[in-house]
Write a new protein. Structure first.
Ligand code: TPP
Ligand code: MG
Lengths: 322, 345
């Protein structure tokens, strides 16, 4: 792996984290004194992806805007790594008319056709549409691929199993990604899944399955490279499961009383920074300028979002039909 | 999640949140009947995302309060199967919006088995589920959808609006020999982390009691107009009625409490008196509850009406995320007041 690629992965992760730290700040800022989920500049459920950046950065490094991603209820890291305009993303989260969904969708429902990006708040339901996008790419003679993401909790949903089988049967250019962060809200992986690895399940459907045990962005990058090249070459689907980490609550406001692993969590971003520093690729000065650059872009996007108008109530019925 | 602390006082004045009242109903039935058990996502240690099972795991253990994988088809069907064999499951669908992934188990199996078996097989279970919006949770987490469940023959549907009914309807639902869909609005639960109506905390007797399924309740009497509604909208309607009273409009407010069976008599009796009907419904407008109620009156005697039936419901758009848009479609107190004034005009 060359230095530019490694630094690129680092920058993507930092940008994503920087964005979510800003969300965190504004999400909670005006929900005081009595915390009310529906109040404030950013109301509603908020699922942040801090800790899971290696998965999105490692996979999306191999994609172009012509490739599709279907993400989950926890979509920001994939949206950012796949290149969604930060302004459009932020404005959507702030519920503004200038948002990527004109304020109609919100943080769990981001659709950006310019980069073939979508996500869903319904568990595992991003898998089937990814098959369709892959199918269309194939029929249209393109070498594009579709990446479908779920959490480890979602893999016990019928849509997951039906999709693996159909993708294998029709040899669709899909890469299934499972983010195993050990938790599905309060239910642990071991309390919900009968096998240790979803790579095994992939194999049983005739799909190449890989499990990455250590949340390493380079491990993800390697596995994704093979999987995406194979898909582009018409060799069919693959599944990559990454043992990653949910650093924060399931959603903001989650007290996480059920959680017994909080003091064992490793933040992958400083860990990667250390690795890059000891390899002589990153210096403290460079790290600082990467962080500042990310923050400037995020500030810009938030500025844009907050100064944008809200949708007009008179237009509430717009976009129900084409 | 932690609820407002209400542990005090004597029987008659004891006040509980709707969530606590529901849980108390479940708990008392679990003590009485060993065949009752609870299953669903995050119903164990978490206590239910909307506090519908708080404390049950601690009290009854993991043998009777079970977290499931996110496999709604499997555990919804499991509940049906267990009910067929004589158990009384309470199965939680975390948000009603998720019914899509398991509807076949609900409407083709749970709902129809009793009929298809010529009455030989019973499916005594409670499907409890959170409904409703108002806190910017977007199009996939804010719907009411009770019209869809009420549309399917074979499912009873109850929709409590306050703590007293929540407990009594839960007990009735558990004891009923049919599948009962028990739909609780997040906004009536009395959750400390969501804006709440003061009536989400109310008096609840300690002893077990039933609220009959299929009986509406007149929650305010009036002579000029009947507002028929349910769930969170009951509270908005009561607030609106207070406001309208100051403008000389005297509203009767009916809380349906059950959709199946529907208390047609209560609606007709009130409309016979007032001559005007406004239906307030947080579900989509077309092909739903509001049309059904208009039909009830029209089929009985349209001459009961001094003015056309009026409906205030979600105007057939997905629930938007942005607050300005969401509050343009929800039946708020202000919109009820305007709608009522139009009926009187
Ligand atoms: C069909 C369906 N069932 C339940 C839910 C509620 N829900 C939202 S996120 C979640 C847990 C998901 O866990 P996982 O797939 O591991 O993703 P993570 O949240 O850990 O990223 C659940 C149960 C849902 N959104 N859709
Ligand atoms: Mg998870």
């Amino acid at each position: 792996m060359d230095n530019v690629t490694r630094l690129g992965l680092y920058k993507t992760m930092v940008l994503s984290r920087s964005f979510e730290e800003a969300i965190l700040r504004d999400y909670h800022a005006d929900k005081k004194p009595v915390w009310d989920i529906g109040a404030g500049l950013i109301p509603g459920e908020m699922h942040l992806s801090a800790g899971q950046e290696p998965v999105a950065a490692g996979v999306c490094a191999h994609l172009t805007a012509n490739d599709a991603v279907t993400a989950t209820h926890r979509p920001h890291h994939f949206a950012i790594a796949h290149g969604m305009d930060l302004k459009l993303l932020a404005a959507e989260i702030f519920g503004r008319e200038t948002g990527v969904g004109k304020g109609r969708g919100g943080h769990m429902h981001l659709f950006d056709p310019s980069i073939h990006f979508s996500c869903s708040g319904i568990i595992a339901e991003g898998y089937p549409p990814a098959l369709g996008q892959a199918f269309a790419f194939q029929r249209q003679g393109k070498d594009s691929v579709a990446v479908a993401v779920t959490g480890e909790g979602a893999v016990n949903q019928g849509a997951f199993h039906e999709s693996l089988n159909l993708a294998a049967l029709w040899k669709l250019p899909v890469v299934f990604v499972v983010e195993d962060n050990d938790w599905a809200i309060s239910v642990s992986r071991d309390a919900s899944t009968s096998v240790r690895s979803n790579a095994i399940r992939a194999t049983s459907y005739g799909i190449r399955g890989t499990r990455i045990q250590d949340n390493s962005v380079e491990g993800v990058w390697d596995a994704a490279k093979t999987a995406i090249e194979r898909a582009r070459a018409g060799e069919g689907p693959s599944l990559i499961e990454v043992h990653t980490v949910r650093l924060w609550g399931h959603f903001e406001g989650d007290a996480q009383a059920y959680r017994n692993d909080l003091d064992t969590l490793i933040d992958p971003i400083p860990a990667y920074a250390n690795q890059l520093e000891s390899d002589g690729i990153l210096t403290p000065e460079l790290a600082k300028s990467i962080a500042e650059d990310a923050k400037a872009r995020v500030d810009d996007a938030f500025e844009y979002a907050k100064s944008s108008p809200f949708p007009s109530a008179r237009e509430v019925g717009k976009y129900v039909f084409a | 999640m932690v609820l407002i602390d209400t542990s005090s006082a004597s029987v008659s004045t004891r006040r509980l949140t709707t969530a606590k009242a529901m849980v108390e109903g479940i708990s008392q039935e679990m003590e009485r009947d060993p065949s009752v058990f609870v299953l669903g996502e995050d119903v164990g240690a978490y206590g239910g995302i909307f506090s519908s099972t708080t404390g049950l795991l601690e009290k009854f253990g993991p043998h009777r309060v079970m977290d499931t994988p996110i496999s709604e088809t499997a555990f919804m069907g499991l509940a049906t199967g267990a009910a067929v064999e004589g158990m009384r499951p309470i199965v939680e669908l975390m948000f009603v919006d998720f019914f899509g992934v398991c509807m076949d188990q609900i409407y083709n199996h749970m709902a129809k088995i009793h009929y298809e078996s010529g009455g030989n097989v019973k499916v005594p279970l409670v499907l409890m589920t959170a409904v409703g919006g108002g806190y910017s949770d977007g199009a996939q987490h804010s719907q009411c959808l009770w019209g869809i469940f009420a549309h399917m023959p074979g499912l009873k549907v109850v929709v409590p609006s306050n703590p007293y009914d929540a407990k009594g309807l839960m007990i009735s639902a558990i004891r009923d020999d049919n599948p009962v869909v028990y739909m609780f609005h997040k906004g009536v639960m009395g959750l400390p982390w969501m804006a709440k109506n003061p009536r989400s905390l109310g008096p609840v007797p300690e002893k077990p009691y039933e609220v009959p399924i299929g009986k509406a309740s007149v929650v305010r009497t009036g002579k000029d107009m009947t507002i028929v509604t349910l769930s969170l909208s009951v509270h908005h309607a009561l607030d609106a009625a207070d406001d309208l009273a100051q403008h000389g409009i005297d509203c009767e407010v009916i809380d349906l409490r059950s959709l199946v069976p529907l208390d047609r008599e209560a609606v007709l009796e009130s409309v016979s008196k007032t001559g005007r009907l406004l239906v307030v419904d947080e579900d989509y407008q077309s092909f739903g509850l509001s049309g059904e109620l208009a039909a009830v009156v029209a089929e009985t005697d349209p001459r009961l009406l001094k003015a056309p039936v009026s409906r205030l419901a979600i105007p057939d758009v997905p629930i938007p995320y942005s607050r300005t848009l969401e509050y343009a479609v929800l039946p708020t107190m202000e919109r009820i007041v305007s709608a009522a004034k139009r009926v009187m005009a």
